[in-house]
Structures are given as C-alpha cells and as structure tokens.
Design a protein around this ligand. Structure first.
Ligand code: 8DG
Ligand code: MG
Ligand code: MG
Length: 148
C-alpha cells in the first residue's frame, strides 16, 4: 500500500516561426527570481491531437493564431535531481502565425515575462533546459528546402 508512482507528463510546445526568428517567452520558475526562455506550450489534454494542443496553448498564452502546424520531434526529459523532480515527454511542433503582423500578447503574466521574436542566430539565455538540450544536438526547427 505504497503511494502510486507518479506518471510522466506530456507537454506539447511549438516553434512559432517568422522568417529567421522564433517566439520565446521568459518563463518564471517557482523560485521567484529565476527564469528561462521557453516555447509557448503546455499539457496535452485528454482526447486532444498534438496539433490541437499546439494551437490551443499558443492562443491561450500569446493570443496568436497559427497555421501549418506540423510535428517535428519528441524528447524525453527526466529531471529526478531537481528540487521538484519532473519527467515530461515533450512533443515539439512548428507553425507559422496566420497573420505575420499580429503582435504576441502576454496573456499569462503570472507565468511569463512576455513574448518576443528572437533571431535564431542570436538566441537569448538561459534557454529552458529541454529546449537547450534539443538545440545542442544541432536540431533546427526551420524547414529545409527538399527541392534543392
Ligand atoms: P497548462 O496548464 O496550460 O496545460 O500547462 P502550462 O502551465 O502551460 O505548462 P508548461 O509548464 O508551459 O508546459 C508543460 C511542460 O512541458 C513543462 O512543465 C515542461 C515541458 N516543457 C519542456 N520544454 C518546454 C518549453 O520550451 N516550453 C514549455 N511551455 N514547456 C516545456 O520540456
Ligand atoms: Mg498553458
Ligand atoms: Mg505553458
């Protein structure tokens, strides 16, 4: 009669791409003065597709409408040694804004310090660990021209 083992969570996060830039937000952590730059995203809800979750979370967090939502990759993120141990399977999507002139809004100011477009070649620091780990593998969210 021990407590049940916790289950891994499923997160869906989206690279919202505009030219050579992507949308990042300054995430507040539980430690008030601690933050890291992360993608818009959140927990997959019961019955949702990855695409539906990506669209919903981007809208809830930034107000942006997105399209051309595509699956990119998935990573397994195990942080057992953290003060608050966590384990997330993170689904990375990509999309483009439906209207490239629409400005992102900070709709969850308790969780985020604001959304900005950042040039891929000049990413801010620190990046949220799962995102940093993915980028360090050489991963790029930008489409490659298959015809060339
Ligand atoms: P929700 O209640 O709106 O569903 O969730 P949320 O409050 O928006 O969740 P979140 O923390 O933004 O995202 C869920 C988990 O996804 C997060 O705790 C850890 C994981 N995750 C990563 N990388 C990233 C990332 O770059 N951005 C976001 N938003 N989450 C990420 O592993
Ligand atoms: Mg959310
Ligand atoms: Mg979120």
């Amino acid at each position: 009669n021990r407590a049940p083992m916790p289950l891994p969570g499923v997160g869906v996060v989206t690279f919202v791409l505009k030219d050579k830039s992507l949308l990042l937000g300054k995430r507040h952590s539980t430690n008030a003065c601690d933050f890291a730059f992360g993608l818009p995203g959140g927990h997959l809800e019961f019955g949702e597709s990855f695409e539906e979750c990506g669209v919903r979370e981007v809208k809830e967090e930034t107000g942006l409408d997105i399209e051309n939502v595509e699956f990119l990759t998935v990573t397994n993120n195990v942080f057992l040694d953290d003060p608050k141990p966590s384990h997330y399977v993170v689904i990375f999507m990509r999309a483009v804004p439906s209207d490239s002139n629409q400005a992102p809004q900070n709709l969850e100011p308790d969780k985020c310090g604001g959304w900005e477009w950042y040039d891929w070649d000049h990413l801010p620091e620190p990046l949220f660990q799962p995102l940093k780990t993915l980028i360090q593998t050489g991963f790029s969210p930008f489409p490659t021209n298959q015809m060339l």
